[in-house]
Write a protein that binds this ligand. Structure first.
Ligand code: PMV
Length: 320
């Protein structure tokens, strides 16, 4: 049996502007994860069990664009081309391996916590190890980016990068990955609006704004980029006060980009009232999650305030 796990993630600073080449900061969230188990099977074919999404099926019965099936098919396509041992096709060429793949995940779907990237990374890591050809983080990251492009249009690549490396990442699209240090552990309370909002749509809406007034939005993205750079320094030093202020400023700019929502604003406000050092939406926006920077002893109060203000769920994440 081969097992593998990949964490969820949150974007601390710089979402949306990152699509336009500005830096963004993202960190793994180990409290939630996708887990994959692969076993040799007596049944013919590749059987996938993902009870969380009610999936129990043989690979060949799944549609071409099925998110999990497309990861496995692309993996075997790559395995054939790279001549992995036992990497014969999931369809076609040679005898396919008979496998049972079990997938579980505690990461909420379509809420900005990187659930798709985590399933892809855990799946590819487990499959490549099972075929005695473990892939490097770099190769897994590039594979996961190709998968993200299939489903999300023009992603920056930040999700797959932070999930594949499972480290805090200072991310600039198209540049080599930079890991950053966390000077003093951060306590982040994540509040889920319970509204699933496709990132593809908010990214497309921001693009329309940018197309209509290039100059205005380029300067907006510059401001976000400066905030992300400054935030990295404060995280490395461990100065939370300023960091909270930067979060608030980043949220205001995301509101101007039209990617917040009444529900997100309510939760952000509730967190601040309950004593958060700063708060903002995280990820694509319009729904999904917001994050609040907290002093460790205030995390439970903030969590409670978020639930009282309508959050469907909260996670207290320690980032170090
Ligand atoms: O919604 P998430 O967490 O997958 O984050 C998307 C981040 C964006 O900057 C909005 C899009 C991107 O591709 O970077």
């Amino acid at each position: 049996m081969t097992t593998s796990s990949a964490p969820g993630k949150i974007i601390l600073f710089g979402e949306h502007a990152v699509v336009y080449g500005r830096p963004a900061l993202a960190v793994p969230v180990a409290q939630v994860h996708a887990d994959v188990e692969i076993l040799a099977s007596d049944l013919t074919g590749i059987w996938i069990h993902a009870p969380g999404v009610n999936l129990h099926a043989e690979l060949n019965t799944l549609p071409f664009d099925h998110p999990i099936a497309s990861v496995i098919r692309n993996f075997f396509f790559l395995a054939r081309r790279s001549s992995f041992p036992n990497g014969r096709g999931a369809r076609g060429e040679g005898k396919s391996p008979n496998l049972q793949i079990n997938i579980t995940s505690s990461i909420p779907v379509a809420s900005g916590l990187g659930s798709g990237a985590a399933v892809t990374v855990a799946l590819v890591r487990a499959l490549s190890s099972h075929l005695n050809h473990p892939m490097t983080d770099e190769d897994i990251n590039s594979f996961a980016y190709d998968i993200e492009k299939l489903h999300h249009g023009r992603p920056s690549g930040i999700d797959n990068t932070v999930v594949a490396y499972a480290k805090p990442v200072y991310f600039v699209k198209g540049q080599p990955i930079e890991v950053f240090k966390v000077g003093k552990p951060l306590t982040i309370v994540i509040g889920d609006t319970g509204i699933s909002a496709p990132t593809k749509e908010s990214v497309a809406d921001v693009r329309k704004l940018w197309e209509a007034d290039n100059t205005k939005w380029e300067s907006m993205f510059d401001k976000v980029g400066e905030i992300a750079k400054h935030a990295r320094e404060e995280i490395e030093i461990g100065d939370w006060r300023l960091l909270g202020e930067l979060m608030n400023r980043n949220h205001a700019l995301l509101q101007e980009m039209t990617v917040s929502s009444p529900e997100l604003d309510t939760l952000v406000e509730a967190a601040r009232k309950a004593g958060a050092v700063g708060a903002k939406l995280s990820g694509g926006g319009r729904g999904g999650n917001m994050i609040a920077l907290a002093e460790a002893e205030k995390a439970d109060d903030i969590s409670f305030a978020l639930i009282s203000a309508g959050a469907k769920n909260t996670i207290v994440a320690r980032i170090s």
